[in-house]
Design a protein around this ligand. Structure first.
Ligand code: CA2
Length: 158
């Protein structure tokens, strides 16, 4: 991959949506005990295993998540990992942003959204992603990065 001092084709954006800043503080039966900081550390390590950098962002605001997707495109990010939280099930704006930028995206859900309430079964963001992982806990982020790396041709480092 091309070398650059700027964020570039070596960087993946990891976007977490509303309430995911609360990870590890409540609802451990659904979301486990790991914190968002743990998720971000895991993502940095998983990305590094493929020679990639993880730029991790979290927002409780839909428009800010749209801005992050645009930024990923502007900075020529190699891909996006997105857990848009509840916005996954409601946000045509996030769907449209992912579709518009054409940066390869993987959707992650910590819980198995299909084993939960019916309002979680549909995801607008999943429709704009090339793959979805749901129900692996925070390990889903590592699996998503591995799948994204395969998709973009990033090879595992020794
Ligand atoms: O399973 C997931 O990753 C979800 O995206 C999490 C969202 C939920 O709305 C989706 O249906 C599935 C909720 C994130 C809330 O995160 C919390 C974490 C700890 C405590 C409270 C909320």
């Amino acid at each position: 991959m091309a070398k650059s001092s700027e964020q570039s084709s070596e960087t993946i954006y990891v976007l977490n949506g509303p309430n995911l800043n609360l990870l590890g503080t409540r609802e451990p039966d659904t979301y486990g005990h790991a914190t968002l900081a743990d998720v971000e550390k895991l993502c940095a390590e998983a990305a590094a295993a493929f020679g990639l950098k993880a730029d991790c962002r979290q927002s409780n605001r839909e428009g800010e998540l749209v801005d992050f997707i645009h930024e990923a495109h502007a900075k020529k990010a190699a891909g996006i990992i997105i857990n848009a939280g509840a916005y996954s099930h409601t946000s045509i704006a996030l769907h449209d942003a992912l579709k518009a930028v054409k940066v390869p995206a993987v959707e992650v859900h910590i819980s198995n959204i299909h084993a939960r309430e019916s309002f979680r079964h549909h995801s607008f963001t999943a429709m704009a992603a090339f793959a979805t992982l749901s129900g692996f806990g925070i390990e889903g982020y590592r699996l998503a990065i591995s799948g994204l790396a395969a998709r973009i041709g990033a090879k595992a480092r020794d």
